[in-house]
Design a protein around this ligand. Structure first.
Ligand code: SAM
Length: 235
């Protein structure tokens, strides 16, 4: 590669890092409870796959924008994103977080307790595919955050469409992933992310956008506002 091009790439990488750290400090500083949730991930040998602080803040902005009182999360890990979401709830609000791993669920519950949100945030253990149908009686939700196994994203989208009220918001993490979902892929997770993006882009029940808010714009959320009532959406 030409020296000038390399220089330009270095400058762009440095600018991305600068923007990430400065805007995190400005908009999404972590308190002790959030830092503890991150520390719990390594302390329990769990994968470091929690969202970033700016993504947490974005979840709060979206939850507040739609006046969320009832939030559903798919994929709790150590409760990091759950803390951001729970803190956006008004008094009496509820967060239900679904998690397949009993160990992760226990760590997430401890994170919620440290953050003082156990009164409004709970973790339910099991495969989301099995827990979601049971949630019908507790719908509608105002916001659904999808952040579990990628091959499951299309099933989670179908359920989110059934469980979210009109005007509610469906958010899915990792829908940009350095552009990989837009290319042909044999990897089931990447292929599912691509199909997720196409579905939310074209589904007339949704108004959606991909929001490059992570890794210096190389990853981020798909954000969809539900513009048709859930009853009309059930397939
Ligand atoms: N939202 C979390 C955060 O940002 O703090 C990170 C979630 S992590 C990316 C994905 C989580 O989904 C893991 O804890 C994993 O055990 C869980 N998971 C994977 N497959 C699942 C399934 N079928 N049902 C429920 N949870 C699942």
């Amino acid at each position: 590669m030409e020296t000038d091009e390399l220089q330009l790439l270095r400058e762009q990488a440095a600018a991305r890092q600068f923007i990430d750290s400065e805007f995190t400090a400005l908009f999404a500083p972590e308190d002790e409870a959030l830092r503890s949730a991150v520390e719990a991930i390594s302390a329990h040998n769990m994968p470091q796959i929690a969202i970033s602080p700016l993504r947490g803040r974005m979840l709060q902005v979206l939850a507040l924008a739609c006046g969320a009182r009832k939030i559903l999360e798919i994929g709790a890990l150590a409760g990091y994103s759950g803390i951001w979401l729970a803190r956006s709830l008004p008094p009496g609000g509820r967060l239900i977080s679904l998690e397949v791993s009993e160990q992760h669920a226990e760590v997430a519950r401890a994170s919620f307790a440290r953050a003082g949100v156990s009164d409004r945030a709970e973790v339910r253990v099991g495969p989301a595919q099995e827990l979601l149908p049971i949630l019908t009686g507790e719908a509608p939700f105002d916001l659904v955050f999808i952040d579990a196994d990628k091959p499951g994203y299309l099933v989670y989208l179908d359920w989110a469409l059934r469980l979210t009220r009109m005007g509610g918001i469906i958010v899915a993490d990792n829908c940009i992933r350095r552009g990989s979902p837009l290319r042909q892929s044999d990897d089931p997770g990447t292929a599912a992310l691509g199909e997720y993006d196409r579905r939310v882009a074209h589904d007339p029940r949704l108004v959606s956008v991909a929001l490059p808010i992570a890794e210096g714009g190389l990853d981020g959320f798909a954000v969809s506002v539900v513009v048709a009532p859930p009853k009309a959406t059930a397939s």
